[in-house]
Design a protein around this ligand. Structure first.
Ligand code: GTP
Ligand code: MG
Length: 176
């Protein structure tokens, strides 16, 4: 039996409204997907217990009128998951703002090494024919922010969701 205290990781998910933050979380934690859109209001969390750690994943609202989270919400975050929709250019263009907003609010000791991860979601739509953000463009953005890991996902098809969240844990734990 290990006497080591279990780690509780605080993971915060950010990105524009409708990119699939809630859906990714539901797929990861409950293995469920719903076609129906229900806006997240404020913030909500789920806790997933794993062998190596417990993970508290904070889902946030992309809609501006529901955003009022404040400094105390971000404080103590171990990892920040940024999500955009590969079919919606604006959701990619706003990543800079989300990234900056997080750093401003969370104010981590080292801004350069704080673990972020980027998910390009909804790659299932139209077999990829309606995507407007290329993988290269996304990876270039990640490189410009200090080599953020990048995953292309589909919450609907459960594609790469586990892999992405596994990487999130590794990144966050490495930061302990
Ligand atoms: P806010 O709570 O407003 O910030 O939005 P959100 O980012 O949580 O988006 P949400 O998960 O609610 O998803 C928005 C819509 O996109 C819903 O209708 C989902 O069913 C759909 N959706 C989410 N992920 C995917 C995906 O990977 N593929 C497809 N085809 N649809 C998706
Ligand atoms: Mg939501």
């Amino acid at each position: 039996m290990s006497l080591r205290r279990r780690t509780l990781l605080k993971v915060i998910v950010l990105g524009d409204s409708g990119v699939g933050k809630t859906s990714l979380m539901n797929q990861y934690v409950h293995k469920k997907f719903s076609q129906q859109y229900k806006a997240t209001i404020g913030a909500d969390f789920v806790t997933k217990e794993l062998q190596i750690d417990d993970r508290r994943i904070w889902d946030t609202a992309g809609q501006e009128r529901f955003q009022s989270l404040g400094v105390s919400f971000y404080r103590g975050a171990d990892c920040c998951v940024l999500v955009y929709d590969v079919n919606v250019m604006k959701s990619f263009d706003t990543l800079d703002n989300w990234h900056e907003e997080f750093l401003k609010q969370a104010n981590p000791p080292d801004r350069k090494t704080f673990p972020f991860i980027l998910l390009g979601n909804k790659i299932d739509i139209d077999g990829g024919n309606s995507r407007v953000v290329s993988e290269k463009k996304a990876k270039d953005w990640c490189a410009s922010k200090g080599n953020i890991p990048y995953f292309e996902t589909s919450a609907k098809e459960d594609y790469n969701v586990d892999a992405a969240f596994l990487c999130i844990a590794k990144t966050a734990l490495a930061n302990e």
